[in-house]
Design a protein around this ligand. Structure first.
Ligand code: IVH
Length: 697
């Protein structure tokens, strides 16, 4: 029998849900988040806890239910209501001008008159069809053969950038309203919104790093990685891949009328669907060409790949007149940039030792320019990849520098072989320490197992001081090599024992520089736990995982003592990571290293939002109205650092309401319930009175 859910719990769940949807909208649509990821995750977990204790509250549209579904063995066919077409290509200015003339002829328009176009970036991902039935996402399908796709709904629902429910087009319910021409129109009763699922370069790198560390094959480019992630059998894996989406087209639509492509894009955005901001209405084909030229170089700065520009006739009435030819619309064309692929010669193959001991083969190339950048090395990923592509020393190869920064060998030009090429054999011993390399069954990556391998140690030390880890400025590249070569550091704790007398005799070192280095080292002692965990260079523990661990466990001893089961029970920590973390801290060498760091004064103190005192322990604060002394986020952070809780809603359990200017209903509610109300200044005084206390980590 279902137990009754208390009303305040139900209200709290509704409130968090509304907040999470609002924060998603701020983050993904407006690109203006109001809260940190950690704050979002906290809310998310609170809701998850509530729903776990009261399963009746876990409605399918709850943001927690994005990853609800079980793994599947096959994908069901999903017919599209309106076929998903493809585009004809234009490979340069000539083609584009020709197309402009052709469509004018088709509709009988004089050549000297101009057609209004919309120019958009052509996102290099995987096309997707999202069906919203009465505003709710009820199906997500791949393109398939254009008529029938594959139903990948559970996977697509797991993507936070995908909207589960259209936001009504009513400015009074949208806090930061996006302008629409017709603010009070209803949302369509049925909508097939179409767009592209893709991965940012950052995510792509992270996924490949994780795969590499786990000995799994890496993806050749972000597009393949996105496609592989969407077609995952287990939505949990898709969720962990942090895919992204842009919507730009439409299939079936009932109950709404769009006038033009630009109308569609602005309306989508107003409903909360993610659209790409880099679009332009062009008065004629010359303006379209200017857009393509501009993006030819600007695309290098994007953090996702594009492979061209899509040009569309803006007016939907004109689009209807133009219609289709076979499977392509006449009213749109894909302008393609030339591929960033060139041929060069493999002069040698060398290997690189990474900080986890992974051995990566690298092709040393005859230097060549690829789209303005000189490339002389390209990754060959691992031994299996070299075999698969059959790359030999002396081969002519096609190399590619995609939007992605690390150039790679795409394929061998077999016809250019002379017979003098030499197949490559991976070394059996580590080039740095000479120890025998290992390649575990089923893994693609070869490793050096020696914990004292000099190259591995050097890479780990470099990682330790790097910006995203302990952030010890002035210890970049060459400096750290100098310290290692001088035998001054062997282990990260050695940094904290350095003295001016040791530094001064080094080459190119003066008193001022030595002083700066020591000050930077001193400053790093006070570091958030997440950075510290990341700095330890544990396999599978990237920046994000380190944050998850710090947020969940709060203190270093708790992370160190956690069992595999406890680690694996944390949301987002998989078994491989759990095992790797437990194994790392079970190792006596690592324990000694950590103890030495702590003994030298390093104090990893919680993640940025973890409690540092207990002055607000057991208290709940609600901030309302416009704050002027703090941002809301900072004020909430201060409460959390004091061991308290910040909430968005007032109840009889609220300890204080801090009311800024123009406080409204929450202030009234506090007064009704008799909850004490503070001004912002009074809250500031409370913080100051508390003094600076800090818990032992
Ligand atoms: S419009 C009727 N707009 O490119 C055609 N497509 O080669 C509707 N693509 O299958 C497509 N960015 O997957 C359109 N801004 C954009 C796009 C875009 C990427 C992809 C899409 C399509 C393929 C066509």
């Amino acid at each position: 029998m279902q137990t009754e859910v208390p009303q305040d719990v139900q209200l709290r769940a509704e409130e968090i849900r509304a907040n999470l949807n609002y924060h998603n909208y701020r983050y993904y649509i407006l690109d203006a988040p109001e809260v940190s990821d950690a704050a979002y995750d906290k809310l998310f977990r609170e809701l998850k806890d509530i729903e776990e204790s009261h399963p009746g509250l876990a409605i399918p549209d709850s943001p927690t239910q994005r990853v609800g579904a079980e793994a599947v063995t096959t994908f069901e066919p999903a017919p599209h209501r309106v076929p998903m077409l493809s585009l004809d290509n234009a490979f340069g200015e000539e083609d584009l001008r020709e197309w402009d003339k052709k469509i004018k002829r088709y509709i009988g328009m004089p050549e000297q008159e101009a057609i209004e176009y919309v120019a958009e970036l052509k996102i290099d991902g995987l096309s997707i069809n999202l069906t919203y039935d009465r505003g709710r996402l009820n199906c997500a399908a791949t393109r398939g053969n254009g008529l029938v796709g594959e139903d990948v709904t559970p996977n697509i629902r797991s993507i936070r950038a995908v909207l589960l429910e259209l936001r009504p087009n009513d400015p009074t319910t949208q806090r930061p309203a996006v302008q629409t021409k017709r603010p009070n129109d209803p949302t369509p009763s049925l909508l097939e919104a179409r767009g592209e699922v893709f991965l940012t370069h950052e995510e792509f790198r992270r996924i490949n790093e994780t795969n590499e560390q786990a000995g799994r094959p890496t993806f050749a480019n972000p597009r393949n990685a996105a496609a592989g992630s969407v077609r995952q059998k287990d939505p949990k894996i898709t969720a962990a891949r942090h895919l992204n989406v842009f919507l730009y087209a439409i299939g079936a639509c009932e109950g709404y009328f769009f006038e033009s492509q630009m109308d569609l894009l602005t309306t989508y955005r107003a409903w909360g669907l993610r659209t790409n901001p880099n679009v332009r209405v062009c008065k004629n084909i010359d303006e379209v060409l200017a857009f393509t030229e501009e993006w030819a170089w600007k695309k290098e700065d994007l953090n996702y790949d594009i492979d061209g520009v899509v040009v569309k006739v803006n007016s939907f009435a004109m689009q209807r007149d133009l219609g289709f030819v076979s499977r392509n619309p006449r009213w749109a064309i894909a302008f393609k940039y030339p591929a960033l692929q060139v041929q060069t010669k493999v002069e040698d193959i060398v290997v690189q030792v990474g900080m986890t001991g992974a051995i990566t083969p690298i092709a040393v190339l005859t230097p060549v320019a690829v789209a303005g950048v000189i490339v002389s090395r390209a990754t060959l990923h691992n031994e299996d990849e070299i075999r698969r592509k059959d790359v030999r020393i002396g081969d002519t190869v096609v190399i590619q520098r995609a939007g992605e920064v690390i150039p790679e060998v795409v394929e061998v030009v077999v016809s250019a072989r002379t017979g003098s090429e030499e197949p490559y054999r991976m070394p059996t011993d580590c080039p740095s320490c000479g120890m025998g390399l290992v390649k575990p069954e089923g893994e693609a990556v070869t490793r050096c197992p020696n914990p004292a391998c000099p190259e591995k140690v050097k890479q780990r030390l470099q990682h330790f001081v790097s910006r995203d880890a302990m952030d010890i400025e002035s210890l970049g590249g060459k400096r750290i090599d100098q310290l290692i070569e001088a035998g001054l550091v062997h282990d990260p704790s050695d940094f904290y024992r350095l003295t001016p007398e040791q530094l001064l005799p080094l080459e190119r070192m003066g008193e001022k520089l030595a002083g700066n280095i020591l000050a930077a080292i001193e400053k790093s002692k006070d570091c958030p736990l997440n950075r510290f965990l990341f700095a330890l260079a544990t396999r599978h523990v990237g920046e994000h995982t380190a944050e998850v661990l710090a947020d969940h466990f709060g203190t270093l001893p708790r992370v160190m003592n956690a069992t595999v089961e406890e680690l694996n029970a944390v949301f987002e920590i998989g078994l491989a990571t759990a095992e790797s973390v437990a194994e790392f801290f079970a190792d006596t060498g690592n324990q000694t290293m950590v103890e030495r760091l702590l003994a030298s004064g390093v104090q990893p103190a919680g993640s940025d939002s973890a409690p540092r005192s207990d002055r607000f322990a057991g208290m709940t604060f609600v901030f309302t109205g416009a704050l002027t002394l703090f941002t809301r986020e900072d004020a909430e952070l201060l409460v959390k650092q004091g061991g308290g809780r910040a909430s968005g809603s007032v109840s009889k359990n609220t300890s204080y309401v801090v009311a800024g200017e123009k406080a409204g209903s929450k202030l009234t509610k506090a007064q009704e319930l008799g909850v004490p109300v503070l001004t912002e200044e009074q809250f500031a005084e409370m913080i100051e009175d508390g003094g600076e206390t800090r818990d032992e980590a």
